[in-house]
Design a protein around this ligand. Structure first.
Ligand code: FMN
Length: 406
């Protein structure tokens, strides 16, 4: 049998409690085996306070913040205020960071450790911005291992809360197991495994693709190989409550983390009891009224959680067109009214406009993809790093780069 995995976290806290007895103990003791069961994944533009509170109401037992840049968090108060929002009900909470410098990461973590229950290092982000910024899954190259382990060591020995890591799979299971063992030896108190491979900037299909089915069998192997006191969390392949249960049994892990599944159904962890999507949307908007977020996130969430219902009543485009949260609320209430009063009538003109808008978006997306592919081919032809041209615009250009582009 696998131990509950929170022993080491609690041991650390007891040490902390002893060290701080007499003083006001600011360490939250909310991380229990139960709290690790149903986890809101870190999501940029997705796991903000308003959404976390909604998921918690419907069964989520712990939540990660969206990724925050440790570099900016360490020095920019305005950034801290906008990116890190929490309330007393928003616990236990994991503050999730991108980082590639132990000192800077520690500086950022020290500023937030009294308002969360753990700090997490992002070793999973596969996006272009992570490649150019040298963080996320791009730190999983063997060449960066000393850097990664030094960050884990630095934080786990200098924080009052535990240090977690979130990784992707490496090319072979042996490499993944070795990575996890090294992370644990360096002081990681929990490992969340997004069971898809890390990838390079290009080549996102075939073996090692970042999409497609997650390899939960590998999570099970890692679980069996790692010190049972360290909780391992499985992430991937969750759409329904049944998936949550099954994945937990199959992997023997301490908890299940979900991102896409919760976006589609914030009540995913509600023990199999469905909650009306319009009701969830209204509750989310109520949370937003108390804890404002960018309109982009509001539109994103409402479209995801009510996609079927909004499509049925031809309201999807109305959400996209909404200029503020009140207008989004009106659209949701309109949907509810159609459903409850049975007075919805299909509008062929609206259907045509919606189709055109969708085609326009697809066209723009296609153009963007084609551009990226062209730039990668151009860089390859010219013997440059494959993301040479794609990096332009993400990083401030150097004078040499400008000359070269000219
Ligand atoms: C909108 C969105 C934003 C995400 N942002 C982050 C992030 O900030 N940090 C991170 O480690 N993973 C991020 N992810 C990845 C998820 O945390 C998760 O690992 C991945 O989606 C696989 O889980 P799923 O199959 O349940 O979606 C994001 C995913 C989505 C859909």
């Amino acid at each position: 049998p696998v131990a509950d995995g929170t022993d080491s976290i609690n041991a650390k806290k007891q040490k902390v409690n002893a060290a701080t007895s007499g003083a006001k103990n600011t360490v939250h003791t909310g991380i229990t085996p139960e709290s690790l069961q149903y986890i809101v994944a870190p999501m940029v533009g997705g796991s903000e306070l308003a959404f976390r509170l909604l998921c918690r109401k419907y069964g989520a037992t712990i939540a990660y913040t969206p990724m925050m840049s440790s570099e900016r968090f360490a020095v920019d108060e305005e950034y801290r205020k906008t990116e890190f929002q929490t309330t007393p009900e928003d616990r236990p909470l994991v503050a999730h960071f991108s980082a590639n410098d132990p000192k800077v990461f520690l500086q950022a973590a020290l500023l937030v450790q009294d308002k969360c229950d753990a700090i997490d290092l992002n070793l999973g982000c596969p996006q272009r911005v992570a490649h150019s910024g040298h963080f996320g899954s791009y730190l999983l190259d063997p060449v960066d291992r000393p850097l990664v382990l030094s960050m884990v060591k630095e934080l786990s020995s200098n924080l009052r809360v535990p240090l977690f890591v979130k990784i992707r799979l490496l090319n072979t299971i042996e490499e993944s197991v070795e990575l996890c063992q090294q992370l644990v030896a360096a002081g990681a108190a929990l490992i969340a495994i997004h069971a898809r491979y890390r990838v390079n900037l290009v080549g996102r299909s075939g073996p090692g693709a970042r999409d497609g089915a997650a390899h939960l069998d590998q999570v099970r192997t890692i679980r069996a190989a790692i010190d049972p006191k360290i909780p391992i969390i499985a992430n991937g392949n969750v759409i329904t409550w049944e998936d949550v249960q099954k994945n937990r049994e199959d992997t023997h892990t301490q908890g299940i983390m979900s991102a896409e599944g919760l976006l589609d159904d914030p009540a995913l962890f509600n023990g199999g009891t469905k909650v009306d999507k319009f009701q969830l949307a209204v509750e989310y908007l109520n949370n937003v009224a108390l804890h404002p977020v960018k309109m982009k996130s509001v539109v994103f969430h409402i479209r995801r959680m009510c996609r079927e219902e909004l499509t049925q009543y031809q309201l999807l485009e109305d959400v996209v067109a909404a200029k503020n949260v009140d207008e989004v609320r009106q659209v949701v209430l309109q949907g509810m009214a159609y459903r409850d009063n049975g007075n919805y009538k299909h509008d062929p003109d609206k259907a045509k406009r919606a189709k055109e808008a969708l085609e326009r978006r697809k066209y723009e997306e296609g153009k963007r993809k084609a551009y990226e592919e062209r730039m990668v081919r151009k860089a390859k032809r010219e013997g440059k790093e494959l993301d040479f041209y794609l990096r332009q615009g993400i990083e401030p250009p150097t004078e040499d780069a400008i000359k070269e582009l000219k």
